[in-house]
Design a protein around this ligand. Sequence first.
Ligand code: NAD
Length: 247
Amino acid sequence: MEEKIKLVAQKIKESKHLVVFTGAGISTESGIPDYRSQGGIWDKFKPVYFDEFMSSENSRIKYWDQRLDMEKSLSVSKPNTGHKSIAKLHDRGILKALITQNIDGLHEASGIPKEKIIELHGNTRRVRCMSCQKLISWKEAENMIDAGQRAPVCSCGGFFKPDTISFGQAMPVEETQKAAMLSSKSDVFIVVGSTLLVQPAALMPEYAKNAGSFLVIINLSETPYDTACDVLIRGKAGPVLKKIVAL
Ligand code: NAD
């Protein structure tokens, strides 16, 4: 493990186009459960698909109930050692881009500027009307729920939904293209805390690898890229990243 950490630290120092890609696993140390691990969100809830959300009041209520459950951990969460270590790479001017599947906003809270972060699956701290596209804050939506709306509705009559990409919902074109372009340009590409199973987000390491990038995976469980990467670290994101940036 120590040799691998040294090699990754060296590659980062030499890098001219470092891209870090994160999934739910980087935020578990902030108390936000991931989806697929034991005790994760899917042990508790079945996901609501986008067409179900749009077509059924019951599904919208189920969706909002799940989102409220997530708020218990989200509202008290703070960036952890893993987020902060990546932010240090930004402070040192090494980090070119941070691509994330996460919707929790913790990378921005760690000090990485918005312009450097590509949120492939949106951000759950803001809420969008599915008809007029108006954006409101989480707090405003929460106030509507407290006032008795179990699935908040916009003044235009449209359904409010956290501004994230649900199963069956189209990916944001601009973010997806930007992430693909940055991945293809990378010389070092580090995956942290993702099963790399969700498409098209999971294609990013492949774009990187095809472009000759040095591919690193830091994850607690298996991914489909484990045999294709240059360094595989089976460890917890926080402590591993802390050691890497300390070298
Ligand atoms: P996932 O739940 O499928 O997988 C998370 C991976 O991280 C697993 O392989 C797990 O072994 C690993 N992991 C867990 N804790 C770790 C740690 N401390 N250190 C290293 N690895 C760790 O997540 P995913 O593949 O990122 O994507 C699923 C989808 O879930 C994403 O699209 C994302 O939008 C959504 N999601 C986001 C959040 C969040 O924003 N925090 C939370 C749950 C789900």
